[in-house]
Design a protein around this ligand. Structure first.
Ligand code: PMP
Length: 380
């Protein structure tokens, strides 16, 4: 099997699974309970949380566990909207967001909020001047993805923060860092709110977090005892948290060297794709190397994906969450419907090997040729 869909999800690493199993077997108490078993679990919970926070340079009270990035995005956008609606009802978002952000925005529009879309240039970089112009006195929130999930464009969060805060110091800056964390360095002090999922960094599915700067106030989406966290009540999923903490430690270790390695794999793939007449690489100088997005001129993305699947090669159309749709990110970059219609995403990890890339390229060549010839014969 050749797995090239690491931006959709990653397999849980062996050490992470060991931590999960140990926490499940040896820590049966509810961390909210006051007896000895509860206290034992609480101590482990606190040390796992401390490790995540130390790695990210944040305070423990600034981290809220969620089921993943979708929930964290909801907690951030709806939580801010409810908490600050008396200050204003305008929210600014980019055109390179994950579908979950757009769905939340659609809902907020039904509740009387106004969503403004900020432009980007042809390299995918947020248009600084447009951002400046779109921030108003009633803009309560700006949400801009750190790394786009389809084409991997990375935004300069520090600069964006400076622009936002200069225009309106009260505007809260949220970033979905799900595709950035564990791949490139992210400084959470550049952001007020940040969402992510553990399963993108070889951690278990079903856990993620929202980083929340202490100065930001949110209205919770889930109400309950408030014992564990006022923003997200319920029994803490200790094994998931412990495993997530382990995954975070592994993911952030030696991150620069891992990125350099992935860059080499990326160059090999792009060099090969650029030799095909009917393929366009949707890449800009801001794309991270882990995500390679290509447009197919004459071949249907889904057909190619299933043809590769026959050889146990796994990758996605634009994203796992929007399969089959017109790629929003490719539209945002090139404003070209044809180019955005049939795209595939190859997503790499530091565990991807040179051999896998070689084998993939060989099989890709055969499958692509076969489908391209088939399409041409149909046209004739
Ligand atoms: N944001 C981004 C940028 C993502 O890539 C994803 C996952 N594809 C999500 C949010 C949603 O994450 P989850 O499905 O884990 O909630």
């Amino acid at each position: 099997m050749i797995y090239l869909d690491y931006s959709a999800t990653t397999p849980v690493s062996f050490d992470v699974l060991e931590s999960y199993n140990k926490a499940t077997k040896d820590y049966i108490g509810n961390a909210n309970s006051i007896h000895a078993l509860g206290v034992k679990s609480k101590i482990l919970l606190n040390s796992a949380t401390k490790q995540i926070c130390d790695l990210l340079g944040i305070l423990e009270e600034e981290l809220v566990y969620t089921s993943g990035a979708t929930e964290a995005n909801n907690m951030a956008l709806k939580g801010v909207a409810l908490a600050y609606q008396n200050r204003g009802k305008n929210i600014v978002v980019s055109k390179l967001e994950h579908p979950s952000i757009y769905k939340i925005c659609e809902f907020l529009e039904t509740q009387g909020f106004e969503i403004t879309y900020v432009d980007n240039d042809s390299d995918g970089l947020i248009d600084f001047e447009d951002l400046k112009n779109k921030i108003r006195s009633d803009t309560i929130l700006v949400s801009i993805c750190a790394v786009n999930s389809e084409v991997g464009v990375r935004q300069p969060l520090k600069t964006l923060r400076q622009i936002i805060k200069k225009e309106n110091p009260d505007t809260i800056f949220h970033s979905d860092i799900t595709q950035a964390i564990g791949k490139v360095t992210v400084n959470l002090h550049d952001i007020d709110l940040a969402s992510m999922s553990s399963h993108k960094i070889f951690g278990p599915k079903g856990i993620g977090f929202l980083y929340k700067n202490s100065k930001v106030h949110l209205i919770p989406l889930i109400h309950g005892s408030g014992k564990f966290n006022e923003l997200r009540s319920g029994t803490p999923p200790l094994p998931l948290i412990v495993a997530f903490s382990k995954a975070m430690r592994i993911a952030l270790n030696d991150i620069e060297n891992k990125e350099m390695y992935v860059r080499k794999l990326n160059s090999r793939l792009c060099e090969s794709f650029s030799s095909y007449e009917g393929i366009k690489i949707n890449k800009t100088k801001y794309s991270i190397p882990h995500i390679i997005n290509i447009s197919l001129d004459n071949v249907k993305a889904e057909t190619l994906i299933h043809a590769l699947e026959e050889e146990e090669i796994y990758l996605s159309t634009n994203t796992a969450c929007s399969s089959g749709d017109l790629s929003t990110a490719v539209m945002a970059l090139y404003n070209d419907k044809h180019r955005a219609l049939s795209t595939i995403r190859i997503s790499l990890s530091y565990v991807t090997t040179d051999e896998e890339v070689s084998k993939f390229l060989n099989i890709f060549k055969d499958k692509y040729k076969m489908l391209n010839d088939l399409m041409k014969s149909k046209e004739e």
